[in-house]
Design a protein around this ligand. Structure first.
Ligand code: SF4
Length: 422
């Protein structure tokens, strides 16, 4: 979600008395859960959101943090320490930065700096070790983030963080709990980065992979997603190739992403092999015809040489027949090569008209794709109990309908007619 109104560089006011001014202005989606909730949830949404004078350290580079230190009369190595404490030690509060002098901590606080970490409001643990976290943001909105441990053939455990890019989502795909919960606003850079740090904290382990497949459509917040991607790569030190950005398709954004020439994977959610069916599953497809989407995907591949992964949620009796698989193979061959299909057997959500396909249907779909020389994998479902799907846990606690924050919408819906798409 693009929000031109949300500058990467934040403008800050600083108490005049200090005389100091910073120079830089700076899905998966499933689990079987044991709930560890907070006692009495206070989720009333304050009318005003975060104090605009507050400045967030999380998301700043080492150089920028050194400048913060210099601006407050410290030596630049204090900035290096700050960087280590925030990203490696995951310190949450200014006053808990014990390795720094008390005077420096006080100065940071008085100048309006915060670390920028949100409390973990709730955690839900699946039998298979997947943990879903609810983070409570400054404006009391809740977002989901999921940590998924996977043991590889050699016995070492990879930890994938599935992160959200928006509070809710405006695109309302028909099978998605997040879409059903409405949309409020885009996430800021630090609100994306902190999800990864929270998962590392809970698992007491480094995150190895990040997928932008949580709540929201990342391409509608592309500016902040790219800023978070940069920070995750440079500061949290997650390799670009270990990061996947997913999209259901937003006009003009795939080209934009390609121009950044990232080494990360682009995952495009197709969910249907033709325009007519796709429009019934993904309403926003009306504004972005399948041919245009596939053409942009081809350009992306030519520009970046990075293989695109096509995500396909299998919905029983809707898009999971062998004929659908053949049509999908034909579509992919028509538009290029080097594609991979990732099948996701639907994870049922409360109130949904869709059902999970039988294993036999999934296998037949896989065979039909493979016999057409399409590489395919089936995403392993991580638990199927309550609150498993993306957005369900958030919806359980945040009952009040999400109200869009106009300031944070900006120009985020390029060429998309929401009146039509939603
Ligand atoms: S599937 Fe993704 S793009 Fe579609 S409504 Fe859900 S979060 Fe939004």
């Amino acid at each position: 979600m693009l929000a031109s109104s949300m500058a990467l560089i934040q403008q800050f006011s600083v108490p005049i008395a200090r005389g100091v001014r910073p120079s830089h202005r700076t899905c998966l989606r499933s689990c079987t859960m044991a709930v560890a909730p907070s006692s009495t949830p206070d989720l009333s949404i304050p009318s005003s959101t975060r104090d605009s004078s507050s400045q967030v350290l999380l998301g700043l580079s080492e150089k920028e943090l050194q400048q913060v230190a210099l601006d407050l009369g410290q030596q630049s190595y204090r900035g290096k320490q700050l960087h280590h404490l925030i990203y490696q030690r995951k310190v949450r509060e200014i006053q808990d930065l014990y390795q720094l002098p008390q005077a420096f901590r006080n100065d940071l606080q008085e100048a309006g700096w915060t670390v920028g970490r949100s409390p973990i409001f709730n955690t839900v643990t699946a039998a298979d070790g997947t943990i879903k976290l609810l983070l409570k943001l400054d404006d009391s909105r809740l977002i989901e983030t999921v940590g998924i441990p996977v043991e590889d053939d050699k016995g070492s455990v990879r930890l994938t963080a599935c992160v959200s890019s928006q509070v809710g989502c405006p695109l309302r795909c028909s099978f998605c709990a997040t879409g059903k919960g409405g949309f409020s606003r885009n996430l800021k850079r630090h609100e994306i980065v902190e999800q990864v740090l929270s998962i590392e904290e809970v698992f007491k382990q480094r995150v190895t992979n990040v997928v932008f497949m949580g709540m929201g459509e990342p391409m509608l917040n592309l500016k902040m997603v790219l800023a978070a991607h940069h920070c995750l790569n440079k500061d949290v030190q997650i390799g670009q190739r270990m990061i996947t950005i997913s999209t259901v398709g937003v006009p003009n954004t795939i080209k934009k992403l390609a121009s950044h020439k990232l080494q990360s994977t682009l995952a495009v959610s197709l969910h249907a092999p033709n325009q007519k069916l796709r429009e019934t599953i993904v309403p926003s497809a009306k504004s972005y015809p399948l041919d245009a989407l596939m053409s942009d995907c081809r350009e992306y591949f030519l520009e970046t040489s990075r293989r695109i992964s096509f995500e396909y949620a299998l919905l029983a009796g809707v898009n999971d027949s062998v004929d659908h698989a053949r049509e999908l193979a034909q579509l992919l061959h028509e538009w290029g090569h080097g594609y991979h299909v990732n099948l996701i057997p639907f994870n049922p959500i409360e109130g949904s008209e869709y059902r999970r396909p039988y294993k036999k249907a999934v296998q037949a779909f896989v065979s039909a794709l493979e016999s057409s020389k399409i590489t395919v994998s089936v995403r392993q479902t991580r638990g199927l109990d309550a609150n498993a799907a993306c957005g369900q846990l958030r919806n359980k606690y945040q009952k009040s309908p999400l109200v869009t924050d106009p300031e944070n919408m900006g120009s985020q819906l390029p060429n998309m007619d929401l009146a039509v798409t939603c």
